[in-house]
Design a protein around this ligand. Structure first.
Ligand code: OXD
Ligand code: MN
Length: 602
């Protein structure tokens, strides 16, 4: 199986939904003149179109239909083994000056980059179909919602975009014929799926994206990381809102009090699990519901609170480790109508991955298409194998997910994967201190991006790979938003991954994270169950509800401990990180660093 597929010839009534917006038509013609496709397929997002495309994708070997009894409406795609994750080193921000892209981005000069990309794209779609995918990010009636058009020569991208975005006529209608309407131009071509010709380029000033040489979701579903985060964060700063790498969840108490929280964790650190959490039996009557699992767009409401929408329409989650034990709601969501990528195929036409419930199959076809048995040295599923699933499959989807104004956010949570130093949970002293916590966040790297796994790297607000402009200006924007919020969310930091001296996790995680969430909600409701420490407010030993949890006192003390030795090293790392940014860090955050250091001395 591969992404590359020859042109398809749709019957009449399919693939001919040409919009009327002149600039869109002109742009598509321009790209077609350059890439020379055999034909143009205008997507409308309908059921009929999707069914026909799925048939073609099977015929061409781009997807394989799974056993209809075991996984109704579901398909498996295998990517080129050289193309399984985001490529941060080939992801470019093309702004007129290097300073605008800032110290954390790979910068390239726009005119030169366009010339280079146009050279790569010349004739690239010969013998292929050029698909035009109109889509919106955000609920149809939200003021935050953005229109995008993605041109692609990958049928897999079209099928995935229909899951991940509100795709087709809804976008054409939203843009209308207004020549001044704002819309994103996205061009994607697989070229020859060659890592040496792979570039993911963003032109924030032009609201444009060009991605070549890859078929992996994070590089090619241009709606997601490219528009909703990189271009989105640029637009958000210009327009006074926030585009963040955050899940959004609702939490309702047995007596009907409801709060929403947004949480930024780096890629593959459990955002999807947290967003679908099932409270342990002791929390009878508590409900957690999902607004989003990856991206939050947030604006300031008339009441001075922060309101969030999920711009996406589906989840593109990491499969390995997903089980009825770790995330029953995700498992239920991916039982049907799911597009799997790079998992193993069982002999009965089902899918399998490491960490799934039950024993491994005696035989399977691994993600590369080779025979696999439990004795094989290679993994059956790629560690970054994914599911793409419509959010409506989620049994705990929040009823307000389509609300245009968004949901009010009571708490913002930052968190990373840290074996040491960072306590299970603590609360920032105020907004700017919270911004400092986000700005100095760090996490052990995962398989979501190419490169070494398990190394601690600073990942401010989990946005290091996704902030589309200068990170110093991004921090300044956060501080500015805080000044405008008369009723700001409280800010917290969590770490589910702290380990004891024996190298084992101290905290059970998953559903038991409800215990931490409950403390966060209590604090939002004014509870005084906390003790002040140099790093912020920590729960006291008895402030976390640990009833019916088998955990010894020593573990809890370790989880909530602030080890001065570890923190001295951490403070050095904060300073080293800020210094590495070359003078862009706002004074407010430098002062936060100094205040933190002096709190340890007093
Ligand atoms: C993702 C990522 O796919 O962050 O969400 O890599
Ligand atoms: Mn993500």
């Amino acid at each position: 199986m591969d992404n590359l597929a020859p042109a398809i010839s749709p019957p009449s009534g399919i693939g001919d939904s040409k919009p009327t917006h002149q600039a869109v038509l002109d742009w598509v013609q321009e790209v077609a003149r350059l890439t020379e496709p055999e034909n143009i397929f205008w997507c409308d997002g309908s059921e009929e179109e999707n069914a026909w495309l799925l048939g073609e994708a099977q015929r061409l070997g781009v997807v394989l239909k799974l056993n209809e009894q075991k996984k109704p409406g579901s398909y498996l795609h295998r990517s080129n083994p050289n193309d399984v994750a985001r490529v941060e080193q080939f992801t470019l921000i093309c702004t007129p000056t290097k300073e605008e892209a800032g110290p954390t981005n790979n910068w390239a000069e726009p005119a030169e980059t366009y010339t280079k990309l146009h050279g790569m794209l010349a004739g690239a779609m010969k013998g292929r179909t050029l698909f035009v995918v109109p889509y919106i990010m955000g609920p149809p009636d939200s003021p935050l919602t953005k229109v995008g058009f993605e041109i692609t020569d990958s049928i897999y991208v079209v099928l995935s975009m229909r899951i991940m975005t509100r795709m087709g006529s809804v976008a054409v209608k939203r843009l209308g014929d207004d020549p001044k309407g704002e819309w994103n131009r996205g061009v994607h071509s697989l070229l020859d799926v060659n890592p040496d010709r792979r570039l993911i380029c963003h032109f924030p000033q032009d609201n444009a994206i060009i991605s070549v040489g890859s078929g992996y979701g994070g590089n090619v579903l241009l709606s997601k990381k490219c528009l909703a985060l990189r271009i989105g964060s640029y637009l958000a700063r210009k327009q006074g809102w926030l585009a963040e790498h955050m899940l959004i969840l609702g939490v309702e108490s047995p007596d009907g009090r409801k709060h929403y929280v947004a949480a930024a964790f780096p890629s593959a650190c459990g955002k999807t699990n947290f967003a679908m959490l099932i409270p342990p039996p002791h929390f009878k009557g508590w409900k957690v519901t999902t607004i989003g699992d990856d991206i939050a767009w947030m604006q300031i409401g008339k009441d001075g609170r922060l309101y969030a929408v999920n711009p996406e329409n589906g989840y593109f989650g990491v499969v390995p480790g997903t089980s009825y034990k770790s995330n029953p709601n995700a498992m239920k969501s991916i039982e049907h109508d799911t597009l799997y990528t790079n998992v193993a195929l069982t002999d009965d036409g089902d899918v399998w991955w490491e960490g799934k419930d039950g024993p491994p199959p005696a035989h399977a076809i691994d993600w590369k298409g080779n025979d696999w048995t439990p004795d094989s040295k290679e993994k059956a599923a790629h560690p970054n194998s994914r599911f793409a699933v419509p959010m409506r499959n989620n049994p705990v989807l929040d009823p307000d997910v389509e609300k245009g104004e968004g949901v009010p956010i009571s708490a913002i949570i930052f968190g990373g994967r840290r074996s040491d130093t960072m306590p299970l949970v603590f609360q920032a002293l105020d907004w700017n201190h919270g911004v400092y916590l986000g700005a100095t966040m760090a996490s052990e790297t995962t398989a979501a991006a190419t490169g070494a796994v398990g190394q601690v790297r600073r990942d401010p607000m989990a946005m290091l790979p996704f902030c589309g402009y200068n990170i110093g200006d991004y921090f300044r924007h956060w501080i500015g938003i805080g000044k405008r919020l008369t009723n700001p969310p409280l800010i917290f930091d969590v770490n589910w991954f702290r380990k004891g001296a024996d190298g084992k996790f101290l905290w059970p995680g998953f559903g038991d994270n409800m215990r931490v969430l409950k403390w966060i909600i209590d604090r939002c409701e004014g509870s005084d169950g906390a003790v002040k420490s140099p790093i912020g407010w920590l729960p006291g030993m008895h402030d976390l509800d640990l009833a019916e949890l088998e955990i010894d006192h020593k573990c809890v003390a370790e989880l909530l401990g602030v080890d001065h030795g570890e923190w001295q090293k951490e403070l050095v790392e904060h300073k080293r990180f800020f210094d590495s940014l070359g003078g862009v860090v706002p004074d407010e955050l430098l002062q936060q660093g100094e205040a933190l250091t002096s709190r340890f001395k007093s």
